[in-house]
Design a protein. Structure first.
Length: 296
């Protein structure tokens, strides 16, 4: 009878415990009276074992319980973006600066290749000869000319061959009348040579204004002063160089004609007209008197 009542009591307590767990109420402990006999101890032990088997596991502590909000937010985060791929154009690619040794080698190579610093490049020679297909030898047009382009005989040669006078054609700029003008070879050359010897240190390798803008003879037909200009042939090889030297009218030539003379006399022909004209005067004087003070 006692065992039956004990079983009923345990069943009632288990039902109460289930109800409390369902409602979320912590289970209450039922304090039983101390057992009076061995039967009561056995019944209590059986009831405690049954109640312990029916109890749920204890809830986790705060330290052991994971944060469900953090876990949910972390699971919903998008994956981190990949770093952007930079497509660098070769044109704008950054080139690292050279080392000290490489910079020294580059500077030395650039310095050696520079023509201004005495490198491997040499200055182009401007005193070239005639083009292919053309010869330096030509048929002399005047008695004082040689068979070489832009070259005349020396003064001693001309005087020894009884050539004491030089002539050439001139034309009036106003009335276009033409006539032949004659110069005494020895006296006219002495005039030009003395002027160069006296004023060369003042010229600074440039032709003076009197050579750049020469004075011409007067016209006998119309009476126009300073108008009889020398007739310059269209072909440069037929220019009467000695006639224009003695009349000091070489400034009437164009720059291209003066460069032609310097080209075939192996003189430097670059620069302004006053520079090339100065070289032409000294070059012709050097041909007439190789021992005179006309070195370039």
């Amino acid at each position: 009878m006692n065992s039956k009542s004990t079983v009923e009591n345990s069943l009632c307590r288990s039902d109460d415990l289930n109800v409390e767990l369902t409602l979320g109420v912590s289970p209450s402990r039922h304090v039983s009276s101390p057992p009076s006999s061995s039967s009561s101890s056995s019944s209590s032990s059986s009831s405690s074992s049954s109640s312990s088997s029916l109890l749920p596991p204890p809830p986790p502590t705060l330290q052991q319980q994971p944060n469900q909000h953090l876990l949910h937010s972390q699971t919903n985060l998008p994956p981190p973006p990949f770093p952007p791929v930079l497509h660098v154009s070769r044109r704008y690619a950054v080139i690292p600066p050279p080392t000290n040794a490489a910079a020294a080698v580059a500077s030395s190579s650039s310095a050696s290749a520079s023509p201004r610093l005495g490198g491997g490049r040499t200055r182009r020679n401007s005193t070239q000869g005639p083009r292919s297909g053309k010869s330096d030898s030509i048929k002399p047009i005047f008695p004082w000319s040689t068979d070489r382009r832009a070259t005349v005989h020396s003064l001693s040669y001309l005087l020894s061959h009884d050539l004491k006078e030089v002539y050439g054609d001139a034309q009036c700029k106003r009335c276009e009348a033409r006539r032949i003008i004659r110069y005494d070879l020895e006296s006219k050359f002495r005039e030009v040579a003395c002027r160069i010897a006296a004023t060369r240190h003042l010229m600074h390798d440039r032709a003076p204004a009197e050579w750049m803008n020469p004075t011409f003879p007067d016209c006998d037909a119309c009476g126009q002063p300073n108008c009889m200009r020398p007739v310059v042939d269209g072909k440069k090889r037929n220019i009467n160089w000695l006639f224009m030297l003695l009349g000091q009218t070489l400034g009437y030539c164009t720059l291209e004609q003066l460069k032609y003379f310097c080209k075939h006399t192996k003189n430097h022909r670059t620069g302004a007209k006053d520079r090339v004209l100065y070289l032409t005067y000294l070059g012709l004087c050097k041909q007439l008197d190789p021992n005179g003070p006309f070195d370039l």
